[in-house]
Design a protein around this ligand. Structure first.
Ligand SMILES: NC(=O)C1=CN([C@@H]2O[C@H](COP(=O)(O)OP(=O)(O)OC[C@H]3O[C@@H](n4cnc5c(N)ncnc54)[C@H](O)[C@@H]3O)[C@@H](O)[C@H]2O)C=CC1
Ligand SMILES: O=C([O-])C1=[NH+]CCC1
Length: 325
């Protein structure tokens, strides 16, 4: 091992710590998205040597209106073992604290040694947007031109970045329940964005709609959605939280990242009583069709396997950089 840094391979050595700025500088959609796509397919194969990933266990933080989610994942064939600890909150209007705060731990599956501790916020933002981008690529109509984003927080930004970098839209519209939030968002991104005064104005005629709000009540109604549009529904990740109304859920063909996750955690799925037609991984594996011409909803809850491949990619890039020094 002479000439090589041993800090990140030696059992008993402290884990490397890779924090937000560095994670952001090491993670890029062009490399991340193909890994996510492969991982979603492996997850849906339900082959335990590919992915073991239980539904997230959640501990309520009642006093703070939040939850701690534990998200362990093991990919035996890839030698990847990780867990994310994520706290997410239903913050009051005046709060300046983030809605999601996360840490990812990457371990050596043979020794149990912890290889790395990483900031999980950038990973969560980027892998969630990456999964939604995959859903749009698979399920939107060819030639989609108009993208609407509802909500203008962290996830809105990562979705804007992933969708404008990886797909081509002629128009991007945003809506926020507070107009100043939408205006601030527009100033923070590099491309042209139209601020809309209502959800209806934002989504009428849109080909792809991303819902990334903290709302616990439906904000998007089926009657405003163009037939054949694709909706990536990212917020509302508790069994009693909603972003989409019943008419949209019933009209659409519903896809999810994890069927079990959606049935345990998605208010939009549970309370509307609809069936999840397929996982994204089923479409990737060619087991279920992509109904591009129909109205489709991708219900995203977020999966440990997405964090695992993102964290592993960060670690690989970090090692490559460290070896070059
Ligand atoms: N599916 C997944 O994998 C993930 C889902 N999430 C969820 O996505 C949602 C957004 O997360 P972040 O962007 O990090 O949060 P954020 O706090 O940065 O942004 C939330 C946005 O929702 C808006 N908002 C707040 N209350 C609202 C209401 N009552 N009605 C409409 N809009 C409202 C805020 O103004 C803001 O624009 C949260 O529900 C979060 O739990 C977050 C991470 C991963
Ligand atoms: O997958 C994830 O990290 C989360 N899903 C909902 C809130 C955080």
């Amino acid at each position: 091992i002479s000439g090589k840094p041993v800090i990140f391979t030696m059992a008993g050595a402290p884990p490397v710590i890779i924090w937000e700025r560095e994670v952001e500088s090491l993670l890029h959609y062009k490399e991340l998205i193909p890994r996510l796509e492969e991982a979603l397919g492996k997850f849906s194969s339900r082959d335990s040597v590919e992915v073991i990933q239980p539904v997230r266990s959640t501990v309520p933080l009642q006093k703070h209106n939040g939850f701690l989610g534990l998200m362990p994942t093991y990919m035996e064939n890839d030698g990847v073992l990780s867990t994310k600890l994520v706290c997410f909150y239903n913050r009051g209007a005046g709060s300046t604290l983030p809605s999601v705060s996360a840490t990812v731990l990457l371990l050596d599956p043979e020794s149990g040694h912890m290889k790395a501790v990483m900031d999980g916020e950038a990973i969560t933002s980027m892998r969630t947007a990456g999964a939604s981008e995959i859903s749009a690529k698979l399920l939107m109509r060819p030639g989609a031109e108009v993208l609407a984003i509802l909500g203008t927080g962290q996830q809105a930004l990562s979705h804007y970045n992933a969708f404008t970098e990886m797909l081509s839209f002629k128009e991007v519209r945003v809506w926020n329940h507070r107009r100043e939030g939408a205006e601030k968002f527009c100033r923070s991104v590099s491309g042209p964005v139209t601020v809309c005064g209502s959800v209806e104005e934002a989504v009428r005629g849109a080909d792809v709609i991303v819902t990334v709000t903290r709302s616990t009540e439906p904000v998007l109604c089926g009657r405003w959605v163009k037939p054949g549009a694709h909706v990536a529904a990212v917020g509302a990740c508790r069994p009693d939280w909603r972003e989409l109304d019943d008419s949209l859920m019933k009209e659409a063909v519903v896809y999810a990242d994890s069927r079990e996750g959606a049935m345990a955690e998605s208010g939009d799925v549970i309370l509307s009583g609809v069936e999840v037609f397929a996982e994204l991984g089923d479409v990737i594996n060619g087991i279920k069709p992509a109904y591009r011409e129909k109205t489709t909803v991708f219900k995203s809850l977020g999966m440990g396997v997405e964090d695992a491949v993102a964290a592993n990619l960060v670690y690989e890039q970090w090692k490559a950089k460290a070896y070059k020094l």
